[in-house]
Design a protein around this ligand. Sequence first.
Ligand code: CMC
Length: 392
Amino acid sequence: DGYFTYDPGFTSTGSCQSKITYIDGENGVLLHRGYPIEELAEHSDFMEVCYLLLHGELPTAKEKKDFEHNITYHTMLHEQIHAIYRGFRRDAHPMALMVGVVGALSAFYHDSLDISDARQREIASHRLIAKVPTIAAMAYKYSVGQPFVYPRNDLGFAENFLRMTFAVPAEEYKVNPVVAKAMDKIFILHADHEQNASTSTVRVAGSSGANPFACIAAGIASLWGPAHGGANEAVLAMLRQIGHKDRIPEFIKRAKDKDDPFRLMGFGHRVYKNYDPRAAVIRKSCHEVLDALGIRDEPLLDLAMELERIALHDEYFVERKLFPNVDFYSGIILQAVGFPTSMFTVLFAVARTVGWVAQWNEMIEDPEQRISRPRQLYTGHDKRSYTPINKR
Ligand code: CMC
């Protein structure tokens, strides 16, 4: 009944039209609303990039101020949400809390669930961008058994997030400006990346008319996997497992062996067949942050650079155009800042929320939008008759 193309993994399917992000994978180019990621990472800040992704243009000074005010206004969580945290085990993975608590926002903010109302969609968008960092920091606090730290609206996005995560009562907490700047840059670099698995998940979930909080929770679930957002966590685990430069050849050999499930984490990308431009920015930031924190010698960074050097000279990786991706170096910065590896994917979610929200809004406003409903190639049994249980 009708013609369709069999395309597992959607490698050749354009699922939507979008004006938000452009990627040229062959040449390693990434543009948001036309602006190169390198320029945004160098000159802009995360709040400005959020505005750009949502509205299509860089804000004027007044627009930026109003936008920041809107976001900080929504950073607090309904106090009853604290009770949800207590329902989780302390040793739960923080992404489990993220999926649950972000989804639960739909049970609290009933005045921003009507997706046919542009004003409600805008409030839901602001709420998500503002509250996801608070939820993320609380997930961390819960896991270490410390009291939650409320947001402070006089601080910038990254500073506030660092404070909610690391400040403890009765102790002075000062954010290192180099660290705050590096976090802001990491947020910019992860803000959007067109139709990746989690963003496609958000669009598919939203195509049925589901509310935005539920859709973003679906995106977070998809991001959790090691082939997607979980890769930054997996990179650090891999570097620790390798342990020493002498063992790199052994792991390169394993990565090439098709009978071994081991892959070089942080390497390869569905779209980039060249150096991921985000990886180049983050590699530079890595050195800056380690310097600012007075870390002279970081064995994991030396190991990562040597691994990259060897892989980029290996025929297997060259032939398949496998280069380091954004996650290859980000984990080293995050570890230096003090985040446990279990928080790495959570930080990716904090940054990507704006991309998900921008893409969700674009989909809702697209007159060609229909419910996402792929077809399949059925490879199951032919029609047969039911056998009663005593005859099987
Ligand atoms: N190590 C070893 N071999 C690899 C790797 C790797 N990291 N990545 C791809 N390959 C090989 C793969 O085995 C295949 O070889 P062959 O043609 O001989 O069968 C070839 O390269 C093409 O790979 P693929 O699996 O068909 O490519 P894909 O587009 O389906 O997968 C990917 C892309 C990112 C899932 C994959 O490269 C991978 O698993 N990388 C490691 C995980 C990772 O770093 N993920 C983060 C992606 S960037 C951040 C994000 O979007 O979340």
